[in-house]
Design a binder for this molecule. Structure first.
Ligand code: SF4
Length: 100
């Protein structure tokens, strides 16, 4: 399961520096995946790219961005449920592509 940033986001970007997968981007900022620039997922809030979020699996025991958020705007994304094995496979794919 990836995490999701809700409308409670105040765009302080405290979470962005915590992400080991470069899965968090500022509102309106394009993101990078597999060498390609992609359109921003949100123009209003700091956002998480589900394809790049491993819930921190492979790095830490818990998502690092959730406690970093001063407004508790980061929650688990029910639309992106994955097993630990799937998350680890995603992490290894990101390792191979260099996370950009
Ligand atoms: Fe990044 Fe971890 Fe937060 Fe996912 S849970 S966005 S990998 S810091």
């Amino acid at each position: 399961m990836a995490v999701l940033i809700t409308e409670d986001c105040i765009a302080c970007n405290a979470c962005e520096a915590e992400c080991p997968n470069t899965a968090i981007y500022s509102a309106g900022e394009p993101y990078f995946y597999d060498g390609e620039e992609k359109e921003a997922v949100s123009d209003e809030f700091t956002y998480v790219v589900p394809e790049k979020c491993t819930e921190c699996v492979g790095f830490y025991d818990e998502p690092q961005c959730i406690p970093a958020c001063p407004t508790e705007a980061i929650v688990m994304d029910p639309d992106h449920e994955e097993t630990k094995e799937e998350l680890m496979a995603k992490k290894e794919k990101l390792d191979a592509m260099g996370r950009e």
